[in-house]
Design a protein around this ligand. Sequence first.
Ligand code: PMP
Length: 440
Amino acid sequence: MTQSMHMANSFNPAAAVALPEADSELLERRQRVLGAPYRLFYQRPVHLVRGEGVLLYDADGRDYLDAYNNVPVVGHSNPVVRARVSEQLSVLNTHTRYLNDAVVNYAERVTGLLGDGLDQAVFVCTGSEAVDLALRVSRHVTGRRGVIATAHAYHGTTEAAAAVSPSLGPNNPIPSEIELVTAPDLAAEAPEQAAAAFAERVHQAVAALRARGHEPAALIVDSIMSSDGLQGTSPRVLGPAADAIRAHGGLYIADEVQPGFGRTGDWWGFPGQGVHPDLVVTGKPMGNGIPIAGLFGRPDVLDRFGRDVRYFNTFGGNPVSIAAADAVLDELIGRRLLENAKNLGASLLDELRTLATEHDSVTGVRGSGLFFAIDISDGEGAPDPARAARVVNEMRENRVLISASGPAANVLKVRPPLVFGPEHAPRLLDALDAALRATR
Ligand code: PMP
């Protein structure tokens, strides 16, 4: 989650709406014990007690259409994941220093889906941890410190991941060994131009790092550039940048935490971008909510690190998390959810574009699979984060959950679980239409 996203949508006690007594009390206790780091979505926070498929239910039994959460990719409370995890919990759950079939089978399965020589896996618990390890491996194998990231990226919570996460805002310091490059702007440039200009910015970033005494170890990019405003929806925007970092002896890290595991209708975002990464990071949807994330890479890169540095991860890749991740693959394949993301995504994108023609405040609609970005402006073309936040809150009042992000916090982010079906589309489109009308 990005700072701008919080700013746009998060609950603000100063503008609180009246809540039922039980919720006010819970809110007060929460603020006391969890404090400032625990921001809430929406001006009227949603008190959830259960979920099923694409629906979430509040304490009063009302249903909400989940058009935001990408972690429960195969649906909230998915019965297959539930069964496989409970079964594994009652059999064995140890770390990865014993011989066990499950982790090896799963690693073979995912590396098979990745292809491109990304033949080895390291399992960790969060995307941040995977990003942190990717940076560490890159620095180890290149013997360099410099890293290039996009200007409004989010890559995670550890110190190293936060250092490449400028979307965390001005109070999150970016060290001198990091150089930021503006992401391609698909609203302003044709994909080919955007790709060439982005590669040129990477060359300039290398020069800037060198001027500060740092050689480049890596370029890290979210293959769909979600917190940069979902700029990765056009194909082949990132390939030349990957060539550029390699020309300077650095590695290319594809952050697939957002696009990975079918979001875009393909397994991963990087192949469509014309990129052959040295390292790939996955997370979020991988275990449908059971913490598991991964770092994948070419054996020469990961072996070198593993030989030189003692590495062990207590929870990463344990049989329970692997059971969840394996069940996710079964569900994605068995229920043809990538096809669903591609086909339903394409028709929803058309419908969103049609809807946009009726609203002056919508100045752009982008999408890839079941991930959509809708630019909200003030009617004269300038980004309007306040209106975006009002749309998000208005939709929440109509029990459809979305969010907003992007450099100016004016980009509506619609990203439902991949079990979202055609039957759910009218509810989403009607709520969006109504919210756009209500916030004119
Ligand atoms: N990379 C990207 C692109 C992300 O979106 C996120 C999470 N929002 C992360 C890394 C970090 O993942 P986690 O929250 O699991 O640490």
